[in-house]
Structure formats: C-alpha cells, structure tokens
Write a protein that binds this ligand. Structure first.
Ligand code: WQD
Length: 322
C-alpha cells in the first residue's frame, strides 16, 4: 500500500511527503530534481527520474508495492508557459499520460492530482465554486485543465479512481521550520515579499492599486501549504475508502489583498517592507477566492491556518534560508 509522490521534492510535494510519513504511510518520492532539491525530502526514499519514463514508473511501482499516486510533477510558471509552450504540453500533459500508463501496468488504481484554481482563469463570480467555467488564460493553466480530463478519461477506460484538487494561492512553510518554499525562481507574491522584507531584493512591486477592492490592490485566497498537504491525505483516504471520483477547490474562503500581505509581513518581521506601487500586471483578475465547501463536505477537510500564520511561517523559514 505504498504511495508514489511525483514531484515529491517540490514545494507542496515535500510538505505532503512529510505529512504522509508522519502518519505512517509508506512513501516513495519520484522526482527529476530538475527544479527541486533532494534535501526537501528529509530522508524519504527517492527515485530520480522523469514521469515520461513509463518503464521506470512501472518498475518503481512494482518494486515499492505502490497502490496510490499523488501527482505533483509539472512545470508551473504561467509566464514561462507562454514563452515555451512545448515544454508544458510535453512535460505536464504527455508526461501524465506516460505516468498513468506505467502505473496502470504495475497495478496502481488510485491517483490524487495536484490541479490549480488557474483553470478558472478570471472567474465570472467569487467565491469560486467547482461549477465555475473552466477558461484558462495561459498554457500552464490549460495543461492543468487537460491533465484533469486525461485522468478522468483513464477513470472511464481503465477504472482509475481519482481526486483532482484545485489549489488557490499556496504559501507558507512547515510549522516546524524544517522545509519551505524555494524563492530562487518565483513570480509569486509571498516569496517575493519575503525577499524584500529580508533585504534579499529591492522593493516589492505592487501590481496596481486601482482595482475595485477595499484598498485597491489585488485580492487572492492564500492557503497554508500544510493545509494543502492535509487535503491530499484526506483525498487519499477518500479514494482508499472506495468513495467516488471528485474535483474540489482548496482555499480558505477568504481573500487577502497585496497590502494586507505586506501588513502581515510587517507584523511578522517587526519592520516595514520596502514596496513600490507600479502598473497592473496584464491578465491579473482583481479578486479571486475559493468556495471550498465541497471539500469540507466530501473530505471533511477545512483550512485551519489564516494569513498571519501563513506569513509568520514563511518569514521564519526564509529568515533561516536566505
Ligand atoms: C498574487 C497577487 C498579483 C507578484 C499564480 C498562478 C496560479 C497559481 C498561483 C499555480 C496578485 C500580486 C504578485 C508581485 C504583486 N500557481 N503581485 N507583485 O497570479 O494569483 O496566481 O500563482 O497553480 O496558477 O497564476 O499569484 O502570487 O503571482 O499574485 O503585486 O511581484 O499578488 O497582482 O494580485 P496569482 P501571484
């Protein structure tokens, strides 16, 4: 009953590996280490490889007695995906096909998929529920939507049982400070705010303060990475209990603005965060936050950490790992 965690050395993957092992699960990570670090696994078993290598996937699943997969492995930069779409179609979509083909040959029957709220694009209404229109606005988001369909079709043709989890804005670091987010290559707000707060970069560029929001800056649903990890465990338990295929949003149901993230960081650091208001970033919606009541109803899962805990954990991690 081992769990194969693809992309297990990545940000959310490593936090999920850590939680699964702490709960006694037999885990093996499968990661190319192309954009992640072995140390994030805290000693968990690792097979270094590409999910497109069907034979290696099959061999790994057989050797480790894998019955379930938690699938994180994917490129995830919206901007990069518009410059290098072939990389994203090949790695994210075709890679998922090869992963599932290899896993099915080894007798794997259940898969938890790391999807994204990016599949909704600029949502028609907030809070965003799972019935919202799927209208990706970049190749990365489109690959996530296509990966959901690929996995669903393997359910139809081969009986694969699946759960697709659409994350809103993942942030924060392990409560015990042992692992966190790599800020080396990121365009996401929270790690960039940490860099500015710790003097590791220039001021944070606030993309617009003329949105129709209370303080004029963009509003998002920031969810703690440990809450996300817990949702993956709940989804695995759901599938192992023989319950049906599901697609659920993972968020807190509350939105926080860019300026509120800056204020929370100032509370965590005790000093102002250098920042500068600049023009809007093209394509950014004003307000996005989740209706995650379906995850609560189907999985018995609810986010437990708010913005201050998210920011305090991120600041604690980055303070030690600049
Ligand atoms: C958050 C807010 C920006 C940077 C992205 C991906 C999505 C998902 C989550 C993977 C917005 C503002 C940001 C900065 C800023 N990733 N901002 N200055 O765009 O909501 O979603 O990450 O699944 O796919 O699209 O996250 O962190 O980039 O932006 O003012 O330097 O912070 O305008 O309001 P986003 P983000």
């Amino acid at each position: 009953m081992a769990v194969l965690v693809t992309g297990g050395a990545g940000y959310i993957g490593a936090h999920t590996v850590k939680l699964l092992r702490s709960l006694g699960h037999d885990v093996v990570a499968f990661d190319s280490l192309e954009r992640s670090h072995r140390d994030s696994l805290l000693g968990a078993p690792l097979v270094v490889g590409d999910i497109s290598n069907e034979n290696l996937v099959e061999k790994t699943c057989r050797e480790h007695g894998v019955t379930d997969i938690v699938h994180f492995a994917a490129y995830k930069s919206a901007g990069e995906s518009m410059l290098r779409p072939g990389m994203y179609w090949g790695n994210n979509v075709q890679g998922t096909v090869h992963l599932v083909e290899g896993a099915l040959r080894a007798g794997v029957t259940r898969l938890v998929f790391s999807s994204s709220a990016a599949v909704y694009g600029n949502p028609e209404r907030v809070p965003v529920d799972e019935a919202a229109a799927i209208r990706p606005e970049n190749v990365y988001a489109e690959t996530k939507a296509v990966m959901e369909r690929v996995i669903s079709w393997y359910g139809t043709t081969h009986g694969l049982r699946w759960a697709s989890l659409r994350y809103f804005n993942a942030a924060g670091s392990a409560d015990d400070g042992s692992i966190g987010e790599d800020w080396t290559i990121t365009t996401n707000l929270v790690p960039l705010v940490m860099k500015a707060a710790l003097g590791a970069s220039g001021p944070v560029l606030v993309f617009g303060n003329d949105y129709p929001t209370p303080d004029g800056t963009g509003v998002r649903d920031y969810i703690h990475v440990e809450d996300l990890a817990a949702a993956h465990v709940a989804a695995l338990d759901h599938l192992r209990a023989g319950k049906g295929d599901i697609t659920v949003n993972l968020g807190t149901g509350r939105g926080s603005s860019v300026l509120e993230v800056l204020a929370a960081t100032e509370r965590a650091s005790g000093k102002p965060v250098p920042h500068e208001i600049v023009a809007r970033r093209p394509g950014d919606p004003a307000v996005v936050f989740a209706d995650s009541s379906l995850a609560e109803r189907l999985l018995g899962w609810k986010a437990t950490r708010g913005l201050d805990e998210i920011i305090a954990s991120a600041y604690a991690w980055h303070s030690k790992n600049t």
